[in-house]
Design a protein. Structure first.
Length: 423
């Protein structure tokens, strides 16, 4: 429950991180998309999202692929009443409810991360409609593929050798190692962000250097909150205080620190100056990459991963200028690319399963299938959902409203009281 609270804090962290990087006329809209994700996804999770993500046994509509949204509708399997108004918990329901709360925060932040790709130009109502549909048809099933498993299983051959007997196809069928969401959260969000960026099109005056962050300290505050909450994200995914959670905690410290260094060195070589936005972005890139691997890398290999991903993501954010897609706040360059790098890295350096230890390419192949299957699934459905919303209710604001500012047009508010009479 403490870890869940830390992860929930990450979504306001995303709001600050993104909010500082947009124009002053768009910061309310940017932050509202994160807070809207908290409100909507939390409700949907309790109603049917948890059931879709973590049903098992007779709760599968399609075994290992699609779970039944009504199997644990409104979490009714976790609680029961006895003696009228006295609320009684069954033997394991305390753990079930705590786990349900923890995983809800993962669903929330995954949706919030997507919003950075469409900054400065999205209608809030359309964003909420997209969020509700996308989290239902994309995130909940993907979370089931990646996170839904039952410990136990045969020790000989197949998936049983990895210690799990049931669950989504990603872990059950392939043995993909994604400890805390490299595929389900970051690749998932990054691919959806790319799809929406293509659907909504480019901002007015799209060009390199078109808009500078309006409040750098706000972005640094957001990065700090993200890093702080990420210890719950990674270490909390073990669900226990043991050696694995301790390893995850240390890797969550070391890898982002190394990624910050890797980003700043690359930025210095490429642009001549290391920047504070680069430091914040490098830390987030390292956090993204270590997320799937924090349980299975030694801290030394975690540092190497951080240095590599910091450099790669620093270069990857330039792709939008070269390829011409307007990913406003580098969701693709950091979350999609960083998530893929971290997920594939396990196939080489994962302790006991990677190529270096085993001499086998099996784990690398499994990691690649898991990563790219999620990316393609998320991209296709996000594009379809976004396209339908754009053609019906409209997703993007007009160019005139964009120039005037999303905050005043969509929300009727201004982020800063610039009029002396209003102070």
């Amino acid at each position: 429950m403490v870890a869940a609270a830390l992860v929930l804090l990450m979504t306001p962290g995303v709001a600050f991180f993104y909010g500082g990087m947009v124009r002053a006329k768009s910061v309310i809209n940017m932050m509202m998309m994160s807070f809207g994700a908290i409100a909507l996804v939390a409700v949907l999770w309790v109603i049917y999202g948890y059931s879709m993500s973590f049903s098992s046994g007779d709760g599968w509509l399609i075994p290992h692929v699609l779970a039944n949204p009504f199997h644990d509708f409104l979490l009714h399997n976790e609680i029961h009443f006895k003696g009228g108004t006295e609320l009684g918990l069954q033997s394991l329901d305390v753990h079930g409810l705590a786990f349900a709360g923890f995983q809800a925060t993962f669903a929330i932040i995954t949706v919030a991360l997507i919003s950075g790709a469409i900054a400065d130009r999205a209608k809030f109502g359309a964003w909420m409609v997209f969020s509700g549909i996308w989290v239902t048809v994309v995130y909940f099933p993907v979370a089931s593929w990646v996170f839904n498993f039952t410990v136990g299983g045969s020790a000989d051959g197949g998936w049983g050798q990895h210690g799990y007997s049931d669950g989504g196809w990603s872990v059950f069928g392939l043995g993909v190692n994604d400890f805390a969401g490299g595929t389900a959260v970051h690749i998932n969000a990054g691919a959806a962000g790319l799809a929406l960026a293509l659907v909504l099109g480019k901002r007015v005056g799209f060009a390199k250097g078109m808009a500078k962050p309006h409040n750098v300290p706000l972005t640094l505050l957001g990065a700090a909150l993200l890093w702080f909450g990420w210890f719950g994200f990674n270490a909390g995914s073990e669900g226990a205080v043991d050696g694995i959670s301790a390893l995850a905690w240390v890797n969550t410290l070391a890898a982002p620190a190394a990624a910050t260094i890797g980003w700043l060195i690359t930025e210095k070589i490429k642009d001549g100056k290391p920047t504070s936005i680069g430091a914040a972005s490098g830390a987030v890139a390292g956090l993204v990459a270590i997320t799937p691997a924090c349980n299975i890398l030694s801290p030394g290999w975690g540092i190497v991963l951080g240095l590599i991903v910091g450099a790669i993501c620093c270069l990857a954010i330039e792709l939008k200028w070269r390829l011409g897609f307007d990913d406003s706040l580098d969701v693709v360059g950091i979350h999609l690319v960083g998530g893929i790098v971290g997920t594939l890295y396990i196939g080489f350096f994962g302790n006991g399963i990677g190529l270096i230890d085993t001499g086998s390419f099996y784990q690398l192949g499994a990691q690649a299938i898991g990563a790219f299957a999620v990316a393609i699934y998320s991209f296709v459905l996000a594009y379809a959902i976004g396209w339908i919303i754009q053609k019906t209710m409209g997703f993007r604001i007009t160019s005139e409203d964009e120039s005037a500012g999303v905050d005043s047009v969509v929300h009727g508010e201004e982020s800063y009281a610039l009029d002396p009479a209003a102070v």
